[in-house]
Ligand binder design. Structure first.
Ligand code: HEM
Ligand SMILES: *[C@@H]1O[C@H](CO)[C@@H](O)[C@H](O)[C@H]1NC(C)=O
Ligand SMILES: *[C@@H]1O[C@H](CO)[C@@H](O)[C@H](O)[C@H]1NC(C)=O
Length: 328
Protein backbone atom coordinates (compact mmCIF):
# COMPACT_ATOMS: atom_id res chain seq x y z
CA UNK A 1 0.00 0.00 0.00
CA UNK A 2 2.67 2.41 0.99
CA UNK A 3 4.60 1.71 -2.16
CA UNK A 4 1.62 2.20 -4.48
CA UNK A 5 0.97 5.66 -3.06
CA UNK A 6 4.63 6.58 -3.41
CA UNK A 7 4.59 6.04 -7.17
CA UNK A 8 2.53 9.10 -8.13
CA UNK A 9 4.63 11.05 -5.71
CA UNK A 10 7.82 9.94 -7.44
CA UNK A 11 6.33 10.84 -10.80
CA UNK A 12 5.28 14.23 -9.51
CA UNK A 13 8.78 14.96 -8.32
CA UNK A 14 10.23 13.71 -11.56
CA UNK A 15 8.21 16.25 -13.53
CA UNK A 16 8.85 18.92 -10.95
CA UNK A 17 12.60 18.52 -11.37
CA UNK A 18 12.29 18.17 -15.13
CA UNK A 19 10.42 21.47 -15.37
CA UNK A 20 12.73 23.41 -13.07
CA UNK A 21 15.67 22.00 -14.98
CA UNK A 22 14.13 22.84 -18.36
CA UNK A 23 13.48 26.45 -17.37
CA UNK A 24 17.15 26.81 -16.50
CA UNK A 25 18.43 25.31 -19.74
CA UNK A 26 21.01 27.23 -21.70
CA UNK A 27 21.39 26.75 -25.43
CA UNK A 28 24.32 26.72 -27.85
CA UNK A 29 23.76 29.36 -30.53
CA UNK A 30 21.34 31.31 -28.36
CA UNK A 31 22.14 34.59 -30.17
CA UNK A 32 22.23 33.07 -33.68
CA UNK A 33 19.19 35.02 -34.85
CA UNK A 34 19.05 37.87 -32.31
CA UNK A 35 22.69 38.95 -32.51
CA UNK A 36 24.58 36.69 -34.87
CA UNK A 37 27.88 38.58 -34.52
CA UNK A 38 27.96 38.54 -30.73
CA UNK A 39 30.38 35.63 -30.32
CA UNK A 40 32.61 36.89 -33.13
CA UNK A 41 32.84 40.34 -31.54
CA UNK A 42 33.64 38.92 -28.12
CA UNK A 43 36.34 36.67 -29.53
CA UNK A 44 37.98 39.53 -31.38
CA UNK A 45 37.91 41.89 -28.37
CA UNK A 46 39.27 39.15 -26.09
CA UNK A 47 42.04 38.18 -28.52
CA UNK A 48 43.11 41.77 -28.86
CA UNK A 49 43.13 42.34 -25.11
CA UNK A 50 45.16 39.16 -24.57
CA UNK A 51 47.70 40.10 -27.21
CA UNK A 52 48.28 43.35 -25.34
CA UNK A 53 48.41 41.61 -21.98
CA UNK A 54 48.34 37.80 -21.70
CA UNK A 55 47.27 38.16 -18.06
CA UNK A 56 43.80 39.14 -19.27
CA UNK A 57 43.17 35.50 -20.23
CA UNK A 58 43.80 34.42 -16.66
CA UNK A 59 41.70 37.30 -15.38
CA UNK A 60 38.67 36.41 -17.50
CA UNK A 61 38.74 32.70 -16.70
CA UNK A 62 38.98 33.48 -13.01
CA UNK A 63 36.27 36.14 -13.28
CA UNK A 64 33.82 33.62 -14.75
CA UNK A 65 34.58 31.24 -11.85
CA UNK A 66 34.07 33.99 -9.27
CA UNK A 67 30.85 35.03 -11.00
CA UNK A 68 29.40 31.51 -11.06
CA UNK A 69 30.31 30.61 -7.47
CA UNK A 70 28.62 33.65 -5.99
CA UNK A 71 24.88 33.94 -6.77
CA UNK A 72 25.30 31.86 -9.92
CA UNK A 73 26.59 32.96 -13.32
CA UNK A 74 24.57 36.17 -13.40
CA UNK A 75 27.25 38.78 -14.00
CA UNK A 76 27.04 39.88 -10.37
CA UNK A 77 30.82 40.02 -10.13
CA UNK A 78 30.84 42.76 -12.79
CA UNK A 79 28.67 45.21 -10.85
CA UNK A 80 30.41 48.14 -9.22
CA UNK A 81 29.73 49.21 -5.67
CA UNK A 82 27.35 52.13 -5.26
CA UNK A 83 27.01 54.62 -2.39
CA UNK A 84 24.31 52.34 -1.00
CA UNK A 85 25.84 48.96 -1.73
CA UNK A 86 29.23 47.27 -1.45
CA UNK A 87 29.46 44.80 -4.34
CA UNK A 88 31.25 41.42 -4.75
CA UNK A 89 33.80 43.17 -6.87
CA UNK A 90 35.18 44.94 -3.78
CA UNK A 91 35.56 41.82 -1.64
CA UNK A 92 39.24 41.03 -0.95
CA UNK A 93 38.83 37.81 -2.98
CA UNK A 94 38.26 40.06 -6.01
CA UNK A 95 39.81 43.41 -5.26
CA UNK A 96 42.33 44.48 -6.35
CA UNK A 97 43.45 41.25 -8.05
CA UNK A 98 40.54 40.46 -10.38
CA UNK A 99 41.30 41.71 -13.87
CA UNK A 100 39.82 41.83 -17.36
CA UNK A 101 36.87 44.16 -16.68
CA UNK A 102 37.92 46.49 -19.52
CA UNK A 103 37.68 43.66 -22.07
CA UNK A 104 34.14 42.84 -20.94
CA UNK A 105 33.14 46.51 -21.10
CA UNK A 106 34.64 46.88 -24.56
CA UNK A 107 32.85 43.77 -25.89
CA UNK A 108 29.59 44.95 -24.35
CA UNK A 109 29.93 48.41 -25.89
CA UNK A 110 30.56 46.98 -29.37
CA UNK A 111 27.64 44.57 -29.04
CA UNK A 112 25.22 47.21 -27.73
CA UNK A 113 26.05 49.32 -30.78
CA UNK A 114 24.71 46.68 -33.17
CA UNK A 115 22.13 44.78 -31.07
CA UNK A 116 21.05 46.77 -28.04
CA UNK A 117 19.45 45.13 -24.98
CA UNK A 118 20.06 41.63 -26.28
CA UNK A 119 23.25 40.00 -25.03
CA UNK A 120 23.70 39.58 -21.28
CA UNK A 121 26.90 40.43 -19.47
CA UNK A 122 26.83 36.99 -17.83
CA UNK A 123 26.93 35.39 -21.30
CA UNK A 124 29.65 37.76 -22.50
CA UNK A 125 31.77 36.67 -19.55
CA UNK A 126 31.12 32.97 -20.23
CA UNK A 127 32.11 33.41 -23.90
CA UNK A 128 35.14 35.52 -22.95
CA UNK A 129 36.40 32.81 -20.59
CA UNK A 130 36.03 30.25 -23.37
CA UNK A 131 37.82 32.48 -25.89
CA UNK A 132 40.62 32.98 -23.37
CA UNK A 133 41.01 29.22 -22.89
CA UNK A 134 41.15 28.80 -26.65
CA UNK A 135 43.65 31.60 -27.17
CA UNK A 136 46.13 30.56 -24.48
CA UNK A 137 45.42 26.83 -24.36
CA UNK A 138 43.82 25.81 -27.68
CA UNK A 139 41.00 24.43 -25.55
CA UNK A 140 37.92 24.39 -27.75
CA UNK A 141 34.40 24.09 -26.38
CA UNK A 142 30.99 25.48 -27.19
CA UNK A 143 29.21 27.64 -24.63
CA UNK A 144 25.47 27.25 -24.13
CA UNK A 145 24.00 30.72 -23.58
CA UNK A 146 20.82 32.45 -22.52
CA UNK A 147 21.94 33.64 -19.10
CA UNK A 148 20.28 36.81 -17.81
CA UNK A 149 21.95 39.42 -15.63
CA UNK A 150 21.26 39.67 -11.93
CA UNK A 151 20.47 42.92 -10.17
CA UNK A 152 22.08 42.05 -6.86
CA UNK A 153 25.72 41.90 -5.81
CA UNK A 154 26.70 41.72 -2.16
CA UNK A 155 30.31 42.06 -1.12
CA UNK A 156 30.07 39.67 1.82
CA UNK A 157 28.73 36.84 -0.32
CA UNK A 158 32.13 36.53 -1.99
CA UNK A 159 33.48 35.17 1.27
CA UNK A 160 32.03 31.79 0.26
CA UNK A 161 34.69 31.50 -2.45
CA UNK A 162 37.34 28.89 -1.67
CA UNK A 163 40.44 30.30 0.02
CA UNK A 164 44.08 29.51 -0.76
CA UNK A 165 44.50 27.95 2.68
CA UNK A 166 41.64 25.45 2.13
CA UNK A 167 42.53 21.77 2.31
CA UNK A 168 41.32 19.25 -0.27
CA UNK A 169 38.30 18.15 1.75
CA UNK A 170 37.17 21.76 2.17
CA UNK A 171 37.64 22.37 -1.55
CA UNK A 172 35.65 19.24 -2.39
CA UNK A 173 32.82 20.50 -0.16
CA UNK A 174 32.83 24.00 -1.62
CA UNK A 175 32.56 22.62 -5.14
CA UNK A 176 30.00 19.98 -4.14
CA UNK A 177 27.82 22.83 -2.84
CA UNK A 178 27.76 24.08 -6.42
CA UNK A 179 27.06 20.65 -7.91
CA UNK A 180 30.63 19.99 -9.04
CA UNK A 181 32.50 16.76 -8.29
CA UNK A 182 35.94 16.37 -6.75
CA UNK A 183 37.27 15.42 -10.18
CA UNK A 184 35.77 18.57 -11.69
CA UNK A 185 37.30 20.64 -8.90
CA UNK A 186 40.72 19.16 -9.63
CA UNK A 187 40.20 19.64 -13.38
CA UNK A 188 39.19 23.29 -12.98
CA UNK A 189 42.10 23.99 -10.66
CA UNK A 190 44.23 23.43 -13.76
CA UNK A 191 43.32 27.05 -14.61
CA UNK A 192 46.18 27.84 -12.23
CA UNK A 193 48.42 26.82 -15.10
CA UNK A 194 48.20 30.52 -16.07
CA UNK A 195 48.15 33.79 -14.21
CA UNK A 196 49.58 34.94 -10.95
CA UNK A 197 49.15 34.91 -7.19
CA UNK A 198 50.08 37.87 -5.03
CA UNK A 199 52.51 37.15 -2.22
CA UNK A 200 50.08 37.47 0.70
CA UNK A 201 48.02 34.56 -0.68
CA UNK A 202 50.84 32.09 -0.01
CA UNK A 203 53.76 33.74 1.82
CA UNK A 204 52.83 32.01 5.09
CA UNK A 205 54.13 28.86 3.37
CA UNK A 206 57.55 30.47 3.10
CA UNK A 207 57.93 32.17 6.45
CA UNK A 208 55.36 31.22 9.06
CA UNK A 209 53.85 27.83 8.25
CA UNK A 210 53.42 26.55 11.80
CA UNK A 211 55.06 26.45 15.24
CA UNK A 212 57.63 23.80 14.31
CA UNK A 213 58.03 24.44 10.58
CA UNK A 214 58.55 28.01 9.38
CA UNK A 215 58.47 26.63 5.82
CA UNK A 216 55.77 24.36 4.37
CA UNK A 217 57.47 20.95 4.02
CA UNK A 218 55.17 20.06 1.12
CA UNK A 219 56.96 22.67 -1.02
CA UNK A 220 60.22 21.94 -2.83
CA UNK A 221 62.75 23.79 -0.61
CA UNK A 222 64.64 25.26 -3.54
CA UNK A 223 61.38 26.57 -4.96
CA UNK A 224 60.60 28.11 -1.59
CA UNK A 225 64.00 29.81 -1.67
CA UNK A 226 63.21 31.19 -5.12
CA UNK A 227 59.80 32.45 -4.01
CA UNK A 228 61.38 34.14 -0.99
CA UNK A 229 63.39 36.28 -3.37
CA UNK A 230 60.06 37.51 -4.78
CA UNK A 231 58.05 37.84 -1.57
CA UNK A 232 59.06 39.63 1.61
CA UNK A 233 57.99 38.12 4.94
CA UNK A 234 54.36 38.95 5.79
CA UNK A 235 54.21 42.56 6.99
CA UNK A 236 57.97 42.71 6.59
CA UNK A 237 57.99 44.58 3.30
CA UNK A 238 56.02 47.58 4.37
CA UNK A 239 54.98 48.24 0.78
CA UNK A 240 51.43 48.82 -0.29
CA UNK A 241 51.82 47.17 -3.71
CA UNK A 242 52.28 43.42 -3.26
CA UNK A 243 54.37 41.56 -5.83
CA UNK A 244 52.91 38.58 -7.67
CA UNK A 245 54.43 35.35 -8.97
CA UNK A 246 53.31 32.91 -11.67
CA UNK A 247 50.99 30.21 -10.32
CA UNK A 248 52.79 27.80 -12.65
CA UNK A 249 56.29 28.78 -13.57
CA UNK A 250 57.17 26.37 -16.39
CA UNK A 251 54.67 27.54 -19.03
CA UNK A 252 53.17 30.51 -17.28
CA UNK A 253 51.17 31.93 -20.19
CA UNK A 254 50.07 28.60 -21.58
CA UNK A 255 46.91 26.91 -20.30
CA UNK A 256 48.05 23.30 -20.20
CA UNK A 257 48.46 20.37 -17.80
CA UNK A 258 51.88 21.48 -16.59
CA UNK A 259 50.14 22.74 -13.47
CA UNK A 260 49.72 19.10 -12.42
CA UNK A 261 53.29 18.19 -13.36
CA UNK A 262 54.48 21.06 -11.19
CA UNK A 263 52.32 19.82 -8.30
CA UNK A 264 54.16 16.51 -8.61
CA UNK A 265 57.40 18.50 -8.46
CA UNK A 266 56.06 20.06 -5.24
CA UNK A 267 55.97 23.44 -6.88
CA UNK A 268 52.35 24.37 -6.35
CA UNK A 269 52.23 28.00 -5.24
CA UNK A 270 49.04 28.01 -3.20
CA UNK A 271 48.47 25.66 -0.32
CA UNK A 272 45.11 24.83 -1.97
CA UNK A 273 47.03 23.68 -5.06
CA UNK A 274 49.59 21.47 -3.35
CA UNK A 275 46.96 19.88 -1.14
CA UNK A 276 45.44 18.27 -4.24
CA UNK A 277 48.54 16.11 -4.52
CA UNK A 278 48.96 15.57 -0.78
CA UNK A 279 45.37 14.48 -0.18
CA UNK A 280 44.53 10.85 -0.81
CA UNK A 281 41.08 11.85 -2.12
CA UNK A 282 42.53 13.81 -5.05
CA UNK A 283 46.15 12.71 -5.63
CA UNK A 284 45.28 10.14 -8.27
CA UNK A 285 43.36 12.77 -10.24
CA UNK A 286 46.42 15.01 -10.16
CA UNK A 287 48.59 12.15 -11.42
CA UNK A 288 46.17 11.36 -14.25
CA UNK A 289 45.90 14.99 -15.33
CA UNK A 290 49.69 15.33 -15.27
CA UNK A 291 49.94 12.32 -17.55
CA UNK A 292 47.06 12.78 -19.99
CA UNK A 293 47.13 16.39 -21.17
CA UNK A 294 44.59 16.18 -23.97
CA UNK A 295 42.11 14.31 -21.81
CA UNK A 296 42.50 17.01 -19.17
CA UNK A 297 41.91 19.72 -21.80
CA UNK A 298 38.68 18.03 -22.96
CA UNK A 299 37.52 17.64 -19.37
CA UNK A 300 38.42 21.25 -18.63
CA UNK A 301 36.08 22.43 -21.38
CA UNK A 302 33.31 20.18 -20.08
CA UNK A 303 33.79 21.33 -16.51
CA UNK A 304 33.77 24.98 -17.58
CA UNK A 305 30.41 24.41 -19.29
CA UNK A 306 29.05 22.78 -16.16
CA UNK A 307 30.42 25.55 -13.95
CA UNK A 308 28.86 28.03 -16.38
CA UNK A 309 25.39 26.65 -15.70
CA UNK A 310 25.43 27.12 -11.92
CA UNK A 311 22.25 28.85 -10.70
CA UNK A 312 21.73 30.78 -13.92
CA UNK A 313 18.89 33.22 -14.47
CA UNK A 314 16.99 32.50 -17.69
CA UNK A 315 13.80 33.40 -19.53
CA UNK A 316 12.34 36.56 -18.06
CA UNK A 317 14.38 36.46 -14.84
CA UNK A 318 16.81 39.30 -14.18
CA UNK A 319 17.56 41.68 -17.03
CA UNK A 320 19.89 42.39 -19.92
CA UNK A 321 22.16 45.05 -18.54
CA UNK A 322 22.99 47.98 -20.77
CA UNK A 323 26.33 48.48 -19.08
CA UNK A 324 27.98 45.54 -17.34
CA UNK A 325 29.06 47.53 -14.28
CA UNK A 326 25.61 48.88 -13.44
CA UNK A 327 22.08 47.54 -13.17
CA UNK A 328 19.62 49.16 -15.56
C1 HEM B 1 39.98 25.32 -6.06
C2 HEM B 1 39.83 26.44 -5.40
C3 HEM B 1 40.51 27.72 -5.81
C4 HEM B 1 41.19 28.55 -4.98
C5 HEM B 1 41.38 28.38 -3.50
C6 HEM B 1 41.71 29.61 -5.80
C7 HEM B 1 42.45 30.67 -5.32
C8 HEM B 1 43.13 31.56 -6.11
C9 HEM B 1 44.02 32.58 -5.62
C10 HEM B 1 44.32 32.88 -4.16
C11 HEM B 1 44.55 33.21 -6.69
C12 HEM B 1 45.57 34.35 -6.68
C13 HEM B 1 44.88 35.69 -6.70
C14 HEM B 1 45.90 36.80 -6.64
O1 HEM B 1 46.60 36.89 -5.63
O2 HEM B 1 46.01 37.59 -7.58
C15 HEM B 1 43.98 32.60 -7.86
C16 HEM B 1 44.27 32.98 -9.15
C17 HEM B 1 43.67 32.43 -10.24
N1 HEM B 1 42.64 31.52 -10.25
FE1 HEM B 1 42.01 30.44 -8.69
N2 HEM B 1 41.34 29.39 -7.09
C18 HEM B 1 40.60 28.25 -7.14
C19 HEM B 1 39.99 27.73 -8.27
C20 HEM B 1 40.01 28.31 -9.50
C21 HEM B 1 39.17 27.94 -10.61
C22 HEM B 1 38.08 26.86 -10.55
C23 HEM B 1 39.51 28.73 -11.66
C24 HEM B 1 38.94 28.79 -13.03
C25 HEM B 1 38.40 27.77 -13.65
C26 HEM B 1 40.59 29.58 -11.20
C27 HEM B 1 41.27 30.48 -11.99
C28 HEM B 1 42.30 31.27 -11.55
C29 HEM B 1 43.17 32.02 -12.43
C30 HEM B 1 43.18 31.97 -13.94
C31 HEM B 1 44.03 32.77 -11.61
C32 HEM B 1 45.09 33.79 -12.06
C33 HEM B 1 44.42 35.14 -12.11
C34 HEM B 1 45.25 36.27 -12.66
O3 HEM B 1 46.42 36.08 -12.99
O4 HEM B 1 44.69 37.38 -12.76
N3 HEM B 1 40.84 29.33 -9.88
N4 HEM B 1 43.11 31.60 -7.48
C1 LIG C 1 36.28 23.63 -32.28
O1 LIG C 1 35.25 22.68 -32.10
C2 LIG C 1 34.19 22.83 -33.02
C3 LIG C 1 33.04 21.94 -32.60
O2 LIG C 1 33.46 20.79 -31.99
C4 LIG C 1 34.71 22.53 -34.41
O3 LIG C 1 33.69 22.66 -35.36
C5 LIG C 1 35.82 23.53 -34.74
O4 LIG C 1 36.39 23.25 -35.99
C6 LIG C 1 36.89 23.53 -33.67
N1 LIG C 1 37.77 24.65 -33.94
C7 LIG C 1 39.07 24.59 -33.85
C8 LIG C 1 39.79 25.79 -34.34
O5 LIG C 1 39.68 23.64 -33.40
C1 LIG D 1 53.65 21.60 11.30
O1 LIG D 1 53.50 21.01 10.00
C2 LIG D 1 54.16 19.76 9.83
C3 LIG D 1 54.05 19.34 8.40
O2 LIG D 1 52.73 19.44 7.92
C4 LIG D 1 53.53 18.75 10.80
O3 LIG D 1 54.18 17.50 10.64
C5 LIG D 1 53.65 19.27 12.21
O4 LIG D 1 52.99 18.39 13.07
C6 LIG D 1 53.07 20.67 12.33
N1 LIG D 1 53.37 21.19 13.66
C7 LIG D 1 52.48 21.84 14.39
C8 LIG D 1 52.96 22.34 15.71
O5 LIG D 1 51.31 22.00 14.04
Amino acid sequence: MASSSSIPCTIYFFFFFLSTFASATLRVGFYRSSCSDAEVIIKSVVNQAISQNPGVAAGLIRMHFHDCFVRGCDGSVLLKSTPKNQAERDHPANFPSLRGFEAIDEAKAQIEAICPNTVSCADILAFAARDSAYRVGAINYTVPAGRRDGRISIKQEASTLPTPSSNADQLIKTFANKGLSAAEMVTLSGAHSIGVAHCPTFSNRLYSFNATHPQDPSMDPSYAEYLKTKCAPPNGGGRSEQPAVALEFFSRNRLDNWYYVELKNRRGVLSSDQTLLSSSSTSKMVMDNARYGSKWATNFGKAMVKMGSIDVLTGSQGEIRRHCSFVN
